[in-house]
Each structure stands twice: as C-alpha cells, then as structure tokens.
Write a protein that binds this ligand. Structure first.
Ligand code: SF4
Ligand code: SF4
Ligand code: SF4
Length: 252
C-alpha cells in the first residue's frame, strides 16, 4: 500500500519548527519515512507537491488576510491538516501584536510607510480552517513530532499530554520556582516538554498552550498565595496568549 504523502507549508513564523524536523536524527527520520513519503518541504528538498498530498503540515500563523486563500487551498487538497508548533496552533509569538492596534504595529515596524504592508490580527490556523491535529511547542519536540505523525497516519491515539507541566516538574524533583519568589505558568500549561524550563533554572512561560479546561482561577489563587497578584503579572507571560487575551483582561 502506498504511504501517505506529506507536504510542509509555512506562513508567518521563524521556521524554527521546520528546522527541528530538518534536524531529526537518522533514526527518527527513518522511523518517519517508514510510514510517510515527504513530497514537499522547502527547507530540505526542491520538489513541490504538484501531484497532490495527503497530509499537510502547516507552520506559522495567519497575519494577513491575503494568506487565507492559500491556506484554504491547502485544506481543500489535504485529507489531514496538522499544525506544527505554537505559531500555527495558537497564533504564537505573532499574537503579541494582538495586544495593540494594527495601526500601532504598522507605525512601530514601518514608521516611514505604515500603510505599505498589509497586516491583521494574528490568527491560529484553526480560526480559519479545520485542523486535525496540533503539535505543540515553540519549538516542537522532535520525538513528539515523529510520534504524533506516525500515530496520525496509523490511526492511533495521538498521545499528547493533557495534564500540566507541574506534573513533569514534580516527577523531576525540581524545586518549584514559587518557593524562590518567582512565578511560572506550569499549573495551566500542557506537559510533554519534560518541564525543561523550570528544570534548567527558568520558569514555564506557556509555549505548549493551555491544557484543556485550564483552571485559571486556581492559577490566580496560587499567585495570590505567594503574594504575586495576577494583575501584576509580567509581560513575559503574554508571549503566547495573544489569542487568549481574556486571561489578561484584568492585568494592569
Ligand atoms: S512555534 Fe516558535 S519555533 Fe516554531 S515557527 Fe513559531 S516562533 Fe518559530
Ligand atoms: S516550577 Fe512551575 S512547573 Fe514546576 S512545580 Fe512550580 S509551578 Fe509547576
Ligand atoms: S516548560 Fe513551559 S515554556 Fe518551557 S518548553 Fe515546557 S511548556 Fe514551553
């Protein structure tokens, strides 16, 4: 039986998630190519998918209305559409612009010619077309990428965690950063990264997105308990939440 044909596409992003795919180990790549054929991947091959594809892997968010017809065409062609990374899954870092007016963005970036370039609110791919799977992270985790693509084409459960980063952090026996007077979004963010940031002396700033039914009230209570009122939350926590601005509606 022919293997599903996979094509990669990008919109507004740094292309770091595709770079991660490019950097798969030989073992990971063989594992992937056992189940799919890659027919378009601009960062790696010059071929284009003129004869169609079955799975579209889309990186980047939609930040211009003129991108929409291209995205719709990709959706129309593919049987399965997968979002690759935070930009496509939740509008990602691009959605920082959503905290201000588009006019302010244009004036900031192109003060000499603010109207020369089109811009719009940054949107996740699923705000425009149906998405079949999201691979979280900024950037993605390559082990998770291979697992999810394989599971998808084999019709298995995708096996993406729905529990928070705190679970992995506790398992790794990290000292909670709240005990050190710093804050962290781990209680409401999707695990799967091995709590890498708190484990390396940092904190979770939310790159894998909210867990389903994230208890934001409880998050506020944790911060209050440690005398870090949510309304004083650092701007760094807005990095991945331009799409979920309601989280910050009370932030001064
Ligand atoms: S999710 Fe992060 S690493 Fe991936 S393309 Fe977007 S900005 Fe780059
Ligand atoms: S450091 Fe962050 S992820 Fe780790 S236990 Fe504390 S709140 Fe949770
Ligand atoms: S700890 Fe948080 S910010 Fe760091 S990789 Fe994991 S989800 Fe992303």
């Amino acid at each position: 039986m022919a293997k599903p044909r996979v094509a990669f596409f990008d919109f507004s992003c740094c292309e770091g998630c595709q770079l991660c795919v490019l950097n798969l180990t030989a073992e990971q790549l063989l594992d992937l190519l056992n189940v799919v054929d890659i027919v378009e991947f601009r960062e790696a091959i010059s071929e284009t998918s003129d004869n169609g594809y079955d799975v579209a892997i889309v990186e980047g968010s939609i930040t211009r209305d003129s991108d929409i017809p291209r995205l719709e065409k990709i959706r129309e062609t593919a049987s399965v559409l997968v979002c690759l990374g935070a930009c496509s899954s939740m509008a990602g870092i691009n959605a920082l612009k959503n905290f201000q007016t588009m006019e302010a963005c244009q004036n900031e970036v192109y003060p000499e010619a603010p109207n020369k370039y089109e811009t719009a609110l940054a949107r996740a791919v699923d705000e425009i077309v149906k998405v079949d799977a999201h691979i979280p992270g900024c950037p993605i985790d390559t082990t998770e990428f291979v697992k999810v693509v394989k599971n998808l084409v084999l019709g298995k459960d995708l096996d993406i965690p729905t529990y928070p980063v705190c679970i992995e952090c506790k398992k790794s026996e990290n000292v909670c950063v709240y005990e050190e007077g710093r804050h962290c979004l781990g209680p409401v963010i999707r695990a799967g990264c091995g709590a890498i940031c708190p484990g390396k002396g940092g904190y979770c700033f939310g790159c894998r997105g909210l867990i389903p039914d994230a208890n934001l009230e409880s998050m506020r209570e944790i911060m209050d308990k440690y005398n870090m009122p949510f309304d004083k939350i650092d701007d760094r926590f807005k990095l991945f939440f331009g799409r979920n601005k309601e989280i910050f509606k009370d932030v001064k």
